[in-house]
Design a protein around this ligand. Structure first.
Ligand code: GAL
Length: 842
């Protein structure tokens, strides 16, 4: 509350000064060291939270947690396609209420960064472009093309004017301190040559001309013209320098994890390495870091980019998909941010001096004339701890780590030493009655004539659907003579269908014959299977399914989707029969979509079949519906779709997204934080469905009679779908004696080296929970990690008793790690630690 009114007060003060005196202004500028806000250079920590990837009801909490995690700035892209669904028709309601989102950031006392794009990439459908844009005559995206530039200018102006009209730029007393135009255009522009350079220069000038009063950035654009600042994106940005000596070093996307695609594993970035990369950027003079993502959230509806981006956009971010704190990632970064902030004055006032401390060890020292001093001691050795001497003191640097010394003496933080707890989150089944299902078959024997058309050949999918639906039917008929040898003991013919993506279900005479799909990289695939044909006419129905339009790649608006052929039957007596040029009938979307079966108003417009009548064998292309009451409590909810195949799911008419129980390929072989990260280095979930749980936002539910509708393409078993809640089920601490270098350091005097302070283990359950039992406790030399701790050669027999005494029944507790606290030293002269796993219960 206090900070809120304080920050509002300073904005107001700023405004008054702005209006009253010409010399003192609300302003955001920059110099070679940093972004300068109202005359002050700042080290700024920022995090990406995309407003349409959560609900407005979640925003305040997410932003509050971001602030508590040590963020100064919240960054978001602006998503053109949600705001302008058809040319000139705008939508800023609900999840798309950008003004409310920015206001929420300001109310929390944080700054905002607006990355308008309007190309945003972001694993978002079509990279954020409205699909109608593809159909503007003569258009070519992201190059020196008049129709494109006109549309881009129109939308950018629309957003800037909206922000101005609400006084949201810092120059007006608002929170927005930076804006971005375009996104990672550099590599693209190089390929396009002069046209690329023309367009990029035009985009920069167009943006600057809008007069926001705050700086513009272009990420990954080495040629960004003044005054636009070029910035870096990546897992590391330590070698990055802006294109002019008077621009600050900004890291606009510090990737906190990575996105997932259906059929792929989950990527996790160890926090020790993420913290290392951030400290490394700061030590070379970086002054602005934005975590991409800080909260990833959910690709609701059909907003996921593609193809094959999952509905979950969790990203292994510090706040998980559901908005819950992910530990130790969140806490360790929070401590990093505190450590960096203690150095702020020195960092913005001096350039670093680099001192070698060994072959792979360095000190970066910031010692401005004011007498302040901050140092970063780094160890690039990926295997060994280094003992280094700095300012006449010894320091131990774990492998691949950086220690931060805000006074050039005391280590307050080391990137590899995680002192904060680990939380174990689980999807806990809710004990309510199971869903009682009714079904409706998407009748494919007679596609509705009024909604179909025919064409002599195969058509590109997006040209036909304009992305109004994921689904496009291609149907044709073939006459097979009864004399064909396969009717008389010969081999069955094969149907070959070449598709440009993304997935395909093949029906022969109403029966599902098989499915196939591409990959994110190749998209193209061939369906090739033996088919059961009958003598006489046969109906071949191909259901081509888009799974998110591309969001990245050169001129992706021209990429083709759907069944472009050839389509051919092989193995008939005549040999090959090419069907590509015969008459095909097209239908956009499903009947259930046309009838809007998912909406609470239209759901009763068809005859649903009672669950008890449902055939044992689950049918493909089936709609399922059920009603349920909202579970009590406020834990986030999800649907466990583990028994299903592929489709989409809606709650009270709102789409919670595409689901697909595609199994993750690849091998998951453990992961070391040490050494340079790339996503395949740290993957989990191999052999499991990539995404089993689908977020059901609490705010979409009423207390009773919630309508759940799903469309299943393949034929899963809905009776095993359940509602689960995401809860903290356990917490772990794993702390070395004397080495919890920063516990309470911010309140301690800086005179004494911190390494002599007693370490403490802290445990904290979720809100409304308490510690009900201690599953593991060992003070000594325990082994393993959270969830699989084991006693090592040295173990204090008092371990369990001490933890139980301090923690049982408490929501949070802490235990000092010392021999006296554990009655006696279980193994003198051995460096000991305390590992604990506690169970949290409501
Ligand atoms: C970046 C891009 C982001 C996002 C990210 C991967 O290159 O700028 O929008 O796509 O990659 O998550």
């Amino acid at each position: 509350m206090e900070t809120n009114s304080l920050s509002r007060c300073s904005f107001v003060l700023c405004l008054i000064l702005c209006l009253g005196f010409e010399l003192v202004q609300c302003s955001v500028t920059y110099d070679k060291k940093a972004i300068v806000i109202n005359g002050q250079r700042r080290i700024l920590i920022s995090g990406s939270i995309h407003y349409p990837r959560s609900t407005p009801e979640m925003w305040e909490d997410l932003i509050k947690k971001a602030k508590e995690g040590g963020l100064d700035v919240v960054e978001t892209y602006v998503f053109w396609n949600v705001h302008e669904p058809s040319p000139g028709n705008y939508n800023f309601e609900g999840r798309y209420d950008l003004v409310r989102f920015i206001n929420t950031i300001q109310k929390a006392g944080l700054y905002a960064q607006l990355r308008i794009g309007p190309y945003v990439c972001a694993e978002w459908n079509f990279g954020g472009f409205p699909v109608w844009l593809k159909f503007v005559p003569g258009i070519s995206f992201r190059t020196d093309n008049e129709p494109f530039k006109m549309a881009m200018k129109g939308f950018t102006e629309k957003i800037v004017n909206l922000m101005k009209s609400e006084n949201l730029f810092e120059s007006q007393g608002g929170p927005i301190i930076l804006s971005q135009i375009e996104n990672e255009y550099g590599p693209r522009g190089k390929i396009l040559g002069d046209a690329g350079h023309e367009y990029m220069t035009w985009a920069a000038n167009m943006a600057v001309g809008l007069g926001t009063g705050v700086p513009w950035v272009m990420c990954k654009e080495d040629d960004a013209p003044d005054p636009v600042i070029n910035t870096c994106n990546g897992f590391y940005c330590d070698t990055f320098s802006p294109n002019r000596p008077y621009k600050p070093k900004i890291w606009s996307e510090a990737w906190s994890g990575w996105f997932t695609e259906f059929g792929g594993p989950i990527y996790q970035r160890p926090v020790q390495d993420l913290a290392f990369s951030v400290a490394q950027f700061i030590q070379v003079g970086g002054s602005f870091v934005n975590y991409y993502m800080y909260h990833g959230g959910t690709n609701f509806g059909r907003s996921a980019g593609g193809p094959f981006i999952t509905t979950s956009y969790d990203y292994d971010a510090p706040l998980d998909e559901y908005g819950l704190i992910r530990q130790p990632k969140y806490g360790h970064l929070k401590e990093l941010h505190r450590a960096i902030k203690l150095c702020e004055h020195a960092l913005v006032s001096a350039d670093p001096t680099v001192i070698s401390l060994g072959g792979l060890q360095q000190a970066h020292v910031f010692s401005p004339e004011s007498g302040a001093c901050a140092a970063f001691l780094s160890n690039y050795d990926t295997n060994s701890t280094a003992r280094v001497m700095f300012n006449n003191m010894h320091y131990n640097l774990p492998p691949w780590s950086i220690s931060i010394l805000p006074d050039c003496r005391n280590v307050v933080f080391n990137t590899a030493k995680v002192g904060v707890q680990t939380s174990q989150m689980e999807m806990v089944p809710i004990n309510t009655e199971m869903f009682s299902w009714e079904t409706f078959n998407e009748d494919i024997s007679s596609l509705d004539e009024s909604s179909t058309f025919t064409y002599p050949g195969l058509l590109e999918q997006i040209n036909v659907t304009r992305d109004r639906s994921d689904y496009l039917w291609y149907t044709t008929s073939v006459d097979i003579g009864s004399t064909e040898s396969f009717f008389h003991g010969g081999e069955l013919p094969t149907l070959d269908v070449q598709s440009r993506g993304h997935a395909l279900h093949v029906f022969i005479n109403g029966q599902l014959s098989g499915s196939a799909s591409g990959t994110r990289k190749t998209r193209r695939f061939t369906f090739s299977e033996k088919v059961n044909l009958q003598p006489g006419p046969n109906r071949i129905a191909l259901l081509s399914v888009a799974v998110g339009l591309p969001n990245i790649g050169g001129q992706f608006e021209t990429w083709e989707t759907g069944v472009l052929g050839p389509v051919a039957l092989h193995g008939l007596d005549q040999g090959k029969w090419d069907l590509s040029r015969q008459k095909w009938t097209y239908q956009v979307g499903l009947k259930g979509e046309v009838m809007d079966l998912v909406s609470t108003n239209a759901v009763s417009s068809v005859d649903w079949m009672q669950g008890s009548l449902i055939a044992q064998k689950q049918q493909p292309l089936t709609w399922h519906k059920a009603y349920f009451n909202a579970p009590e409590g406020d834990e986030p909810l999800a649907l466990d779709m583990g028994s299903m195949g592929k489709g989409q799911v809606w709650i009270n008419g709102q789409s919670i997204g595409r689901y697909w129980l595609a199994y993750a390929s690849g091998s998951c072989n453990g992961c070391s934080y040490s050494g340079r990260f790339r996503p395949p280095k740290c993957q989990v979930g191999c052999g499991q469905p990539t995404q089993r749980w689908y977020h059901v936002p609490r705010s979409w539910l009423k207390s009773s009679q919630n309508l759940l509708v799903l469309f299943e393409e393949l034929g899963g078993d809905p009776t095993r779908i359940s509602l689960v809640k995401r809860s903290v089920t356990g917490v772990c601490a794993d702390v070395t004696e004397y080495h919890s270098t920063i516990k309470n350091w911010h309140t301690e005097s800086h005179e004494k080296p911190m390494e002599f302070h007693k370490a403490k283990a802290h445990l904290q359950c979720g809100p409304g929970q308490s510690i009900s039992s201690i599953k593991f406790a060992s003070y000594g030399t325990p082994l393993g990690t959270c969830g699989s701790f084991q006693q090592g050669p040295c173990h204090s027999p008092a371990s369990y008793a001490i933890l139980e005494k301090n923690c049982i029944g408490q929501q949070r507790c802490s235990v000092t790690i010392s021999n006296s606290n554990f009655r006696q030293d279980p193994c003198p002269n051995v460096l000991k630690r305390l590992s604990v796993e506690a169970i949290c219960s409501p």
